[in-house]
Design a protein around this ligand. Structure first.
Ligand code: APR
Length: 237
């Protein structure tokens, strides 16, 4: 079957084999921290130093030379390059491995590690260094105004209108490496079904939302994704 507009939702599982830990596969801890201690606006008010340090470490880790896109990221970039229609990646990941692999159309609905946001102006800027309470933003040049450009729990995800529009216009929706437990991303599959979009889950194992997908293929992303994309590209020739 040929598909024209493809929307791909990715989660932490696609980056696991690049050396970045997932959120829910480690006793509920993210790099040894409880999510509510580092990834909420309340945590930032309570203990900004801990939150700055946590994201400074994540940002530094992402820029280490051994953290590279794996075969799954590369397969999605190849799909975008070779597919005649549109390919939109909607990622919950804050890493930049899709971009490093060569993907162009990527919506970071939960923000980005290599970006910082001014809490006064709301403007984001590319950021590769550490942030602390003395760092100045380039928009108003005031100290203590920058925060990690991450959508924390309790905050509104980004690009929701664009994502809904892309899903409504899609004919194929693929979900890769996400547990389907965090909304609104967990609801995209039912949004896709509502618009009669064909839905496919690619994950290490079937998730709790497996029943909502038309098809599912299971195993490590670096094996399952290239295989699925290869077949998809072959079918569309
Ligand atoms: N290949 C494919 N899938 C994998 C792999 C792998 N190598 N390793 C793990 N997985 C799967 C797991 O089985 C799990 O279903 O990836 C999924 C990861 O799920 P989560 O850790 O819950 O990550 P994610 O779904 O991206 O979390 C959503 O929650 O904490 C917040 O904002 C954070 O964006 C994140 C959101």
């Amino acid at each position: 079957m040929n598909y024209e507009n493809i929307v791909i939702l990715t989660g932490a599982g696609i980056s696991a084999e690049s050396g970045l830990k997932t959120f829910r596969d480690n006793d509920g801890l993210w790099e040894n921290h409880r999510v509510e201690d580092v990834a909420t606006p309340e945590a930032f008010i309570r203990n900004p130093r801990l939150v700055y340090t946590f994201y400074n470490q994540r940002r530094a880790q992402l820029q280490m030379s051994d953290v590279k896109p794996n075969l799954a990221h590369l397969a999605l970039a190849k799909l975008e390059a070779e597919h005649a229609g549109n390919v939109t990646i909607v990622t919950q990941n804050v890493d930049n491995l899709h971009e490093q692999a060569g993907s162009k159309q990527v919506l970071h609905m939960h923000g980005e590690l290599l970006s910082a946001r001014c809490t006064r102006s709301g403007k984001s800027e590319v950021w590769t260094n550490e942030i602390d309470n003395t760092t100045r933003c380039s928009c108003c040049n005031s100290p203590s105004s920058l925060r990690p450009d991450i959508v924390w729990f309790g905050e509104m995800p980004l690009y929701l209108d664009e994502i809904s529009e892309a899903i409504a216009n899609a004919d194929l929706f693929i979900s890769i490496g996400t547990s389907g437990t965090v909304y609104p991303a967990a609801g995209f599959v039912s949004e896709a079904k509502f618009h009669n979009v064909h839905t496919v889950e690619l994950n290490l194992e079937p998730t709790g939302t497996r029943g909502q997908f038309d098809e599912g293929y299971y195993g490590p992303a670096s094996a399952v994704v290239p295989h699925y994309i290869h077949d998809l590209l072959k079918e569309s020739i």
